[in-house]
Design a protein around this ligand. Structure first.
Ligand code: ADP
Ligand code: MG
Ligand code: MG
Length: 193
């Protein structure tokens, strides 16, 4: 269940992870993309921290919307609009409910509406989908979050920049799935789940 407090805590933990793992995320993206995923996400993280310092959203929908708008405008690349759409869709859904799986499902729909990817195409979807399924069944664990990222390694990318590599994308972890794993691990740490 989301509250204003635990959502803010979640965001703070997430941005710290993104900044800490900036080099690693870009390294993953160097193997199958253009090497900027860590830089993109770290730039977004700094912008999110600034936005939270200067603005005081007073309810969950306003906070989620602020996160989404900041990500869209500051992250760039493919991941900015995708993460941004996720949070903007979550903001809309949160006007009706604060149930976590409903909100994340809305977020996933937002990502899919924009990026048109489905499960198995080696994208962040391959992290979001199993995590949401596990939440619905009340069995989300850190292990599941980490294993799902590892499963992207053997997938062949058919969406995004990594798809240009075809079979050569096989054998590398998807950077967006990795950054999404930080999102979900910090969600647990913040007590949102
Ligand atoms: P860019 O590829 O524009 O440089 P990033 O490197 O920041 O952007 O983000 C790459 C990540 O975005 C990928 O690892 C993948 O997880 C995600 N991604 C790319 N295209 C899609 C898509 N169509 N649907 C979902 N996720 C995608
Ligand atoms: Mg990239
Ligand atoms: Mg790029």
């Amino acid at each position: 269940m989301l509250s204003l407090e635990n959502t803010k805590k979640w965001l703070t933990l997430f941005t710290a992870q993104l900044i800490e793992n900036k080099a690693y995320l870009s390294e993953l993206d160097t193997a199958i993309g253009d090497g900027d995923h860590g830089n993109n996400m770290a730039r977004g993280a700094t912008a999110l921290n600034d936005a939270l310092d200067s603005e005081t959203p007073e309810d969950i929908p306003s906070l989620l919307k602020l996160i989404g708008m900041t990500l869209v405008s500051k992250v760039g690349g493919a991941s900015g609009p995708l993460y941004g759409s996720a949070f903007i869709s979550m903001a809309k859904a949160s006007q009706e409910s604060s149930d976590l799986s409903l909100l994340l499902e809305a977020g996933l729909e937002g990502i899919q509406k924009r990026g048109k990817a489905v499960v198995g195409e080696k994208t962040m979807i391959d992290e979001w989908f199993p995590v949401i399924e596990a939440i619905k069944e009340n069995k989300l664990t850190v292990e599941l979050i980490e294993e799902s990222v590892q499963l992207t390694k053997d997938m062949k990318a058919t969406k995004g920049r990594a798809s240009y590599l075809g079979d050569r994308s096989i054998g590398h972890i998807d950077p967006g799935a990795m950054s999404s794993s930080y999102l979900f691990k910090t969600m647990m740490e913040a007590g949102v789940y």
